[in-house]
Design a protein around this ligand. Structure first.
Ligand SMILES: *Cc1c(COP(=O)(O)O)cnc(C)c1O
Length: 375
C-alpha cells in the first residue's frame, strides 16, 4: 500500500530509518564490545523485534508484561528492572528473565537468593545523585526525593555477595558529556565495589542516534570502565533505537474560527501523542513552520472534549482544507506505547513502511479495544 493510501490516524514506522539507527548502535557495539538492549518502555512495536534483534543483544523491561513481550518476541537477553518486584510475579519473571536489577537492599533480601538459585544474574540500581539536567525534574531520576536507585548513604557493601552488577539510569535525551559527568560521580561513590562486579549497566537516555551526539566520547567512557574494572558494559537506550524513525499521519476534519484559525484533526494529543502534553513539547510536522513563519497559521487540535487537547500552532504555505493529510514526525517513540482510548477515541492503526517504500498495515483497532478495557 502507498503511504498516501493509509487510513488515518496511523503510526507508520519506517524500516530503513529504524535500521539506520540500529547500524549506528551496532557500530558502538563493534568498536567497544559493549552490549546494547532495547528499553521497551519507549518502543514496543514487536513486529520490528526480528529486525532489532539482528543488531542488538536483547531487551529490557520494567515489569512482567514488557518482560514477557521481550521473551516472546525478541528471544535474546531479557533484563528487567522494577522499583519493587511482586511476590506473585517473581516466579514467572525468573523463568523468562536472565538479568534482574533490584532497587533496594530489602528487595535483594526478599528475592536475591531465589533469583540466584535459578542461575539468573542479580544487579542493584544505584543512584549516583548527579543531576545533569535542570529543566525536567519529572525525567531526572537523580532529582531530590527520587525513588530510583540506592544512594550511597543506604549502600550496604556487606550484602553484596552474589550481586554481579550495578545499574544506573540518570539521563534523558542527553549527550555523552552528561554520561561522562555521571560516570565520575558513579565511580567516586561506587567505584570501590566495581572490581567485584561482572557487569555495569549505564541505563538509557543516551541520544546516540541524534545528529550531534558525541559517539567518540561515549565509546571512550565505555572502554574506560571495561578496562579499569574488567566488567561488561550494557547500555539500554529506548529513544535512540527508534528516534525519528516513525510518523503519525492524520487528516484535517474541520475548522473553527475563534480569534485564531483552528483545525480539528482526527488525531488527539492527549490520546495519541500524550508526551506532547506531558513533557510538554512541540512535535515536528512535515512541511510546516513556526506560527506566522508561513502565510497561514492554524492551531491544530484533537477530536476529544478535553479543552487542552491541542497539539500546537503551526503555519503552512497554503490554506489547509478538509481532508488534507498532515504528517507528524518522530512518532515512533513514546507514542504507541503510551496511547489510550480516552473519550472513546479510536487508537491509530500501526503500519510499517518497508525498505522499498511500500506500507503494510500491521494492526488496526476498533470499538472492542475501547470497550474491552472498561466494564
Ligand atoms: C526509560 C528507561 C530507559 C530508556 O530511556 P530512554 O530515555 O528512552 O533512552 C532505560 N532504562 C530504564 C531503567 C528506564 O527507566
Amino acid at each position: 500500500m502507498k503511504f498516501e493510501r493509509l487510513p488515518t490516524p496511523c503510526y507508520v514506522v519506517d524500516e530503513s530509518l529504524l535500521e539506520k539507527n540500529l547500524k549506528i548502535l551496532q557500530g558502538v557495539k563493534e568498536r567497544t564490545g559493549c552490549k546494547i538492549l532495547l528499553a521497551q518502555k519507549a518502543f514496543s512495536m514487536f513486529a520490528t523485534y526480528p529486525l532489532i534483534s539482528e543488531y542488538l543483544d536483547g531487551a529490557t523491561a520494567s515489569g512482567l508484561y514488557e518482560a514477557r513481550l521481550g521473551y516472546e518476541e525478541m528471544g535474546k537477553e531479557n533484563h528487567v528492572f522494577s522499583p519493587a518486584f511482586r511476590e506473585d510475579e517473581i516466579d514467572e519473571m525468573i523463568e523468562i528473565c536472565d538479568h534482574f536489577v533490584l532497587n533496594s537492599f530489602s528487595q535483594l533480601e526478599k528475592f536475591g537468593e531465589k533469583i540466584r538459585a535459578a542461575g539468573k544474574s542479580v544487579g542493584l540500581r544505584v543512584n549516583p545523585e548527579c543531576s545533569t539536567q535542570s529543566d525536567h525534574a519529572m525525567y531526572d531520576p537523580c532529582a531530590r526525593g527520587s525513588r530510583f536507585g540506592i544512594t550511597l548513604k543506604n549502600f550496604r557493601p556487606e550484602m553484596l555477595k552474589g550481586v554481579s552488577g550495578l545499574h544506573f539510569h540518570t539521563l534523558c535525551e542527553q549527550n555523552a558529556d552528561a554520561l561522562a559527568q555521571t560516570l565520575d560521580a558513579f565511580e567516586e561513590k561506587f567505584g570501590e565495589w566495581l572490581p567485584q562486579m561482572e557487569w555495569v549497566n549505564f541505563g538509557g537516555g543516551h541520544h546516540i542516534t541524534r545528529e550531534d551526539y558525541d559517539i567518540e566520547l561515549l565509546e571512550s567512557c565505555i572502554k574506560r570502565i571495561q578496562e579499569k574494572y574488567d566488567v561488561e558494559v550494557y547500555l539500554e537506550p529506548g529513544e535512540a533505537i527508534a528516534l525519528n524513525a516513525g510518523y503519525l499521519v492524520t487528516t484535517v476534519l474541520d475548522f473553527i474560527d475563534n480569534d485564531i484559525d483552528i483545525a480539528i484533526l482526527d488525531t488527539s494529543a492527549t490520546c495519541h501523542m500524550p508526551d506532547v502534553l506531558e513533557v510538554p513539547y512541540r512535535p515536528p510536522l512535515i512541511g510546516s513552520g513556526q506560527p506566522q513563519e508561513k502565510a497561514y497559521t492554524y492551531r491544530l487540535g484533537g477530536p476529544t472534549c478535553l479543552t487542552g487537547d491541542v497539539i500546537g500552532d503551526y503555519s503552512f504555505d497554503e490554506p489547509l482544507k478538509s481532508g488534507d493529510r498532515l504528517i507528524f514526525g518522530d512518532m515512533a517513540i513514546y507514542s504507541m506505547v503510551k496511547n489510550n482510548t480516552f473519550n472513546g477515541m479510536a487508537l491509530p492503526a500501526i503500519a510499517l513502511q518497508d525498505r522499498k517504500g511500500d506500507c503494510h498495515i500491521i494492526k488496526q483497532f476498533g470499538y472492542e479495544d475501547f470497550k474491552g478495557r472498561l466494564s
